[in-house]
Design a protein around this ligand. Structure first.
Ligand SMILES: [Cu+2]
Length: 363
């Protein structure tokens, strides 16, 4: 059973945590062996290389080594909308858009093919999690429409358990994917259809029971509804705060944005100084009451749920409970690395921490 393998690996991880205090401290060995941390966050550089220095160096340097698969790749997921990461021919298998007759003019029919499938994914170096996925990835693909568009999702359950897709947004009860009669059995399919509204940052997730198990296994994704006319041009990023209970004890062992622990420590998010950066942040973390997003050396404007065009607050830390989401907008003022992480320190040390790398001119 995959659970058995994951449990074994998880225990090993926990033992390592118990031995050295944090994933971060353990990373020093990797830094010395292969330069895995690339200097980012590796504190005490140039300190005496005795035992004491080793024990205290690199507390922020993240997990040991790198994941081997990068499939799916969190850096690709970050800027993928409506399967834009796929070659055109392959993309058409999962996403098609067709103009609808007006009025109002400009509406699109957006058709998706989403399938559920069981798949092991590497969430930290050497740590494989037996996930339930939409289209083989966690989070599922980011779906994006403009307010008023018609959304039609053909959902095929190729997994081993009953699943659904429950969308946040306006829709009739029959499209809710939350009741016992809505469950799509393995091998069966269902078509969800509704108009995309209201504009904002929403999400979708499985609503089969037990709900917490189905969500935490990986069945969730971002659903963006743009306002008519869109938002101002920006470098747009999707960050889904998630976590994994690798030994199935109802508590998380690994935290991340977009699944892979400390991924953006090793592969910083490249941004341009002065350019508007818009981050779509969704919290789906199971088993913990809240999660948060904190950015160093910067402030950002917050658009909670993205349902208004005016920012409600300007801050450097935003807290979200499970299912909550917020659009964050900012401009990097200085070049260089800017750390971002959950302000729950435990989450940061267990994987939910990374860097932006701001550069002058073309990124
Ligand atoms: Cu499910």
């Amino acid at each position: 059973m995959p659970e058995t393998a994951a449990t074994t690996l998880s225990r090993r991880l926990l033992l390592r945590l118990a031995g050295v205090g944090s994933l971060g401290a353990a990373a020093l060995a990797a830094t010395k062996a292969g330069g895995a941390a690339e200097g980012l966050g590796a504190g005490h550089r140039g300190a005496r290389h005795d035992g004491a220095a080793d024990r205290h160096a690199g507390h922020l340097a993240g997990a040991v080594g790198r994941v081997t698969s990068l499939d799916p790749d969190p850096s690709v997921y970050l800027r993928s909308f409506n399967f834009s990461h796929l070659p055109e021919g392959e993309r058409a298998r999962y996403y098609r858009e067709t103009p609808l007759p007006g009025p109002p003019d400009g509406r699109l029919l957006r058709e998706y093919e989403i399938y559920a499938v069981d798949r092991e994914i590497e969430i930290a170096p050497g740590l494989f999690f037996p996930a339930w996925t939409y289209n083989g990835q966690v989070p599922g693909p980011t779906l994006r429409a403009t307010e008023g568009d018609r959304v039609r999702v053909r959902f095929l359950n190729q997994g081993s358990h009953p699943h659904t897709i429950h969308f946040h947004g306006w829709h009739p009860p029959a499209m809710d994917g939350s009741m016992a009669e809505h469950q799509v059995q393995p091998g069966a399919e269902f078509v969800y259809e509704f108009d995309a509204e209201p504009f904002g940052l929403h999400l979708y997730h499985c609503h089969a029971v037990p709900l917490k198990r189905h969500i935490h296994k990986g069945l969730y994704g971002a659903f963006i509804v743009d306002p008519p006319g869109g938002r101002p041009p920006a470098d747009e990023l999707v960050m889904v705060m998630n976590a994994f209970d690798t030994n199935f004890d109802g508590d998380n062992e690994v935290y991340a944005v977009n699944t892979v622990a400390h991924h953006h420590l090793h592969a910083p998010v490249e941004v341009k100084v002065g350019e508007l950066v818009r981050v779509y942040v969704v919290n789906v973390t199971e088993f913990d009451l809240v999660n948060s997003f904190h950015l160093h050396g910067m402030f950002f404007d917050v658009f909670r749920t993205g349902t208004r065009l005016e920012s409600s607050e300007t801050t450097d830390t935003v807290m979200l409970c499970q299912g909550e989401r917020a659009i964050l907008e900012t401009r990097f003022r200085y070049p260089g690395p800017f750390m971002f992480h959950a302000h729950q320190s435990e989450f940061a040390e267990l994987g939910w921490m990374g860097f932006f790398q701001a550069r002058e001119g073309a990124a």
